[in-house]
Design a protein around this ligand. Structure first.
Ligand code: HEM
Length: 405
């Protein structure tokens, strides 16, 4: 039997993908003492947990995983309560609202950042672009002051550290909980003001939205905004850095995308499969369930290893190869993403922001390629990923010949 590196070990952090392979092959269900959870790595099992056709899983784990930092969000809700809340918030993230109101916000925010470095010839795409663009977009959509960017960034980093605090570091936990208090102090006056004087920003829409006579309370709205900053900031940030890291290390595929921009959605889908921003999502079992490798009792926490499932050789041909042309992905439509990979999860809690993320990445990659037609990695630089719970390139220094505008 091959030894599986522990998910909290430095060896795993350096290369989770070879550990995932051993898990899928020889230990598809592992009881993991430090996180008190069962690790699940095969595509068919992770898909089954997310889809949950047998109603065997809940998101009760979020009561301890998310509640201390965000308060009560859509993630903790189930059944009708979840459906109503989703119906309240989802319209802002698709169709006309997305196209008419928010696409211009996306384009403007990307351009502002690109204009900051387009004539420099060298930039770190993680630092100057990926960590800023998505959080600026959410702040702008909500009608919050982008001058507070550093504060938002600090808050959501503390939140994500809290979620990924698998080893239970008390300082990380305390910082996460402080964030909840600080964010509430920041948001409540703004929510009250927006209720009295609504505009056409997303926060105003959340204040007036109503489904079946139900409206969101100030606390609900604050918690949702907190989730949006974290869920929409950290993840899309890593997706953008990831698509660039993958293309820059596969120059022939970068050239193909440069020549045919309609390939960007495929490059995005393949990036989400190959290097998903979120590697681990937990659920709680409501009943005893049998998965590959054994039976878990009711009331157990299950850690779904998205990064492992997305490279399952039972599902994908040559899964460790980044290939935007692979024919076992669909065309890269965000909702067919449900059939492509598990990076947005599946089922009831499937990412509300999938189309927004897709719009951000398509706009961002398009603008960056226009501004840096000959972009390449800085001499001798090899991208390194960091993170275990969420994961993405640490930095991405590139050089390019500035183009006249
Ligand atoms: C849910 C990933 C972008 C908002 C989720 C879930 C995943 C995910 C895995 C499922 C969580 C669970 O089932 O427990 C991603 C990735 C993104 C991304 C990889 C970028 C590439 C966004 C954006 C937003 C967003 C841009 C909004 C601004 C949400 C919300 C939920 C969610 C509100 C909860 C949905 C529910 O509980 O019904 N996301 N996300 N996400 N995401 Fe995203």
């Amino acid at each position: 039997v091959q030894q599986v590196p522990d998910i909290l070990s430095p060896q795993f952090a350096a290369d989770p993908y070879s550990a995932y392979r051993v898990m899928r092959e020889s230990a598809p269900l592992i009881w993991h003492e430090p996180t008190q959870s069962y690790l699940v790595s095969r595509y068919q099992d992770v898909e089954r947990v997310f889809k949950d056709r047998e109603a065997a899983f809940t998101t009760d784990n979020y009561n301890w995983q998310v509640e201390p930092v965000h308060g009560r969000t859509i993630l903790q809700l189930s059944g009708r309560e979840h459906a109503v809340r989703r119906a309240l918030v989802a319209p802002a993230f698709r169709g006309r609202d997305l196209e008419e109101h928010f696409l211009p916000v996306i384009e403007r925010n990307s351009r502002e950042l690109v204009d900051g470095f387009r004539d420099r010839g060298a930039v770190d795409l993680v630092d100057a672009y990926a960590t800023r663009f998505p959080v600026n977009v959410i702040a702008d959509m909500l009608g919050l002051d982008k001058a507070d960017h550093d504060r938002f960034h600090r808050w959501y980093t503390a939140v994500i550290d809290f979620l990924g605090n698998l080893s239970g570091d008390p300082e990380v936990a305390a910082r996460g909980e402080r964030t909840r208090v600080e964010f509430a102090e920041y948001m409540f006056p703004i929510i009250r003001e927006r209720r009295g004087n609504p505009g056409d920003d997303l926060l105003s829409k959340l204040c007036v939205a109503e489904v079946d006579g139900v409206r969101m309370s100030d606390e609900d709205i604050k918690a949702f905004c907190s989730l949006l900053l974290a869920a929409g900031g950290e993840t899309t940030d890593k997706a953008i850095a990831g698509i660039f890291a993958n293309l820059l290390t596969h120059p022939e595929q970068l050239a193909a995308v440069r020549a045919d921009r309609s390939l960007i959605p495929k490059a995005f889908a393949e990036t989400l499969r190959y290097t998903p921003p979120v590697h681990m999502i937990m659920r709680q079992s409501a009943t005893e369930v049998t998965l590959s490798g054994g039976t878990i009792p009711a009331g157990a926490t299950v850690t779904c290893l998205i990064g492992a499932a997305n490279r399952d050789e039972q599902r994908y041909r040559d899964p460790d190869r980044f290939d935007i042309h692979r024919d076992d992905l669909s065309t890269g439509n965000a909702f067919s993403a449900a059939a492509d990979h598990l990076a947005f999860a599946l089922g009831r809690h499937f990412c509300v922001g999938a189309l927004l993320a897709k719009a951000e990445v398509e706009t961002g990659v398009g603008q960056l390629l226009d501004a840096m037609p000959d972009v390449r990695l800085a001499d001798g630089f090899d991208p390194v990923e960091q993170g275990v719970f969420t994961r993405g390139p640490k930095s991405l220094p590139v050089t390019f010949t500035p183009v006249a505008t």
